[in-house]
Ligand binder design. Structure first.
Ligand SMILES: NC(=O)c1ccc[n+]([C@@H]2O[C@H](COP(=O)([O-])OP(=O)(O)OC[C@H]3O[C@@H](n4cnc5c(N)ncnc54)[C@H](OP(=O)(O)O)[C@@H]3O)[C@@H](O)[C@H]2O)c1
Length: 257
């Protein structure tokens, strides 16, 4: 574990897209909190965000519940402003996503727009709010030169469009493209921008409640474990800046991709 005890306040990690305890957003919060980071948790459901924050505090970590909607600029600007009172932002992770699923002729304009709003517009609003803080974070505040990261959660659909995911794939591809633009703009300014392609189902509450048949058909070892994914995000965040990864793909060992 990193020792940040000599610093006035712990570095912060802001994770947007936190829902159930059994999900990637919560696992990311737990992972960064284990390293002594203050974790700021954002999701639309205050009760769930607070439950994850409580869980982290019970384990001795620092967590701040900051409910908000990534598609709402006011929410994210307000949270970013509040963050300044809690310390220096070291990592920002965009994990929100809505997997709109429908055959294209049944897909409504509202559904298509909603996928774009959450995944692309939300990614942009979050990145803009977080980048202003990340650029302010001095090396003295984080304790090391390389610890400023902005990481986006992608999916198989980020790279491959196929039905019934026309809306979701277009949106995730847009988010990936946003990440590339930001990496080229802000990498040279010291912010490590990365995109993680999650190439498979995540063994969490979302998949278990929305698509139990997928969990069944994946079988043992067929899904990605949230804590294992979170470990890779932590390693990405800690990478030396002379050898940064922009894109990482993760899949369970049984997946023949
Ligand atoms: N689950 C999978 O099998 C799978 C596979 C590949 C990639 N992914 C990607 O992994 C990420 C999520 O991982 P997960 O499935 O384990 O879920 P999770 O991290 O447990 O939850 C993500 C949370 O994001 C929140 N969210 C959605 N829209 C939001 C918005 N507009 N503003 C703020 N928060 C919002 C939702 O909570 P509220 O509804 O309470 O806001 C949701 O529970 C997504 O980017 C997804 O595309 C998932």
């Amino acid at each position: 574990m990193s020792d940040h005890s000599s610093l006035p306040t712990p570095p912060l990690a802001w994770i947007a897209g936190v829902g159930a305890s059994a999900g990637l957003g919560a696992a990311l919060g737990r992972r960064f909190a284990r390293e002594g980071y203050g974790v700021v948790l954002t999701g639309r459901t205050a009760q769930r965000v607070e439950a994850v924050a409580d869980e982290i505090r019970e384990q001795g970590g620092h967590a701040i519940a900051a409910p908000g909607d990534v598609t709402n600029e006011h929410d994210l600007v307000r949270i970013a402003r509040e963050l300044k009172n809690h310390g220096a932002l070291s990592s920002a992770i965009f994990n929100a996503g809505n997997a709109v699923r429908a055959p294209t002729l049944e897909l409504t304009v509202e559904q298509f727009e909603s996928a774009w709003r959450t995944n692309v517009l939300g990614g942009f609003i979050f990145a803009r709010a977080a980048l202003s803080l990340l650029l302010d974070t001095s090396e003295a505040a984080t304790g090391t030169v390389a610890e400023r990261s902005l990481i986006f959660t992608g999916a198989t659909a980020s790279l491959r469009g196929r039905p019934p995911f026309a809306a979701f794939a277009a949106a995730k591809a847009g988010l990936r493209s946003l990440g590339q633009s930001l990496a080229r703009e802000f990498g040279p300014r010291g912010v490590h921008v990365a995109h993680v392609v999650i190439d498979g189902g995540i063994d969490g509450e979302r998949l278990r409640s929305a698509a139990p048949q997928r969990v069944e058909s994946a079988g043992p070892g067929g899904l990605l474990q949230p804590d294992a994914i979170a470990e890779s995000y932590w390693q990405l965040h800690r990478q030396a800046r002379s050898a940064w990864t922009h894109e990482l793909d993760l899949r369970p060992w049984r997946e023949s991709f």
